[in-house]
Write a protein that binds this ligand. Sequence first.
Ligand code: 15L
Length: 271
Amino acid sequence: MTYGKILITGASGQIGRVLRAGLRGKYQLLRLLDIAPLGQAEAGEELVQADIRDMAALEEAMEGIECVVHLAGVPVEDVWEKVLPLNIEGCYNTFEAARRKGVKRFIFASSNHAIGFHRRDRFLDDEVMPRPDSRYGVSKIFGEALGRLYADKHGMQVACLRIGSFRGDNQPTAPRHLLTWVSERDMVQLVEKCIDYPHYHFLIAYGVSNNVRNRWDNSNVRFLGYQPQDDAEVYAAEIFASGQQEDPFEAIFHGGMFCPLEFSGDADQID
Ligand code: 15L
């Protein structure tokens, strides 16, 4: 195993909890970091209660680590006063602490909201221009840019995962999820592939299940061997039977519900 000592930040969040359970026993060490309580340590786990705004604590947490999975931060659109310290400064601190401690690989939880203002009639690959739909989306583009910098400048191996709709109830519940849903086991599989693949420089992958309505192209990362098992379509009848219809404005764009937040622009100009 090339990368056996793993640090997960944001380990008590929605995705963190699922990765903790899904990766348990597969690696020599799972060090779990969060500002919130993490419960009892299981075999092979170490728990660190720390804040990603605290560089010294992060450096300590990186000691001996081979691969970081960085999930910590605000998970939705929020005020700048939260996005700046957690998703901008906190993200920088995490990359920089990893570099200082010689961490070889970094998996960054980006988001589809990094490209949310692209029109949905366009199928998106890893090369499309950044098109954030929110301050949150901007922070994810910032993290991807940091990843690119640390890969090119410092030789860190970086994977940025543009995660779609990961649901705590492991079920798609809205029409947009039929395109964007990522199931728990597919999320675990994607992260595992990004930890285990012997070598890469920098990659962007979409964190999405095998949905028939998927609009994101992962052919650039075929080499990873990610084979999603689930398809949101199984839930389509249930979702439509509930009478839900996507708002017409939201339905134009990949980012859906984040696009109309605070909107004062001209949709026709967003080609
Ligand atoms: C995200 O990035 C968010 O973390 C999550 O809360 C959802 O909004 C998701 O994207 C989505 O696009 O459905």
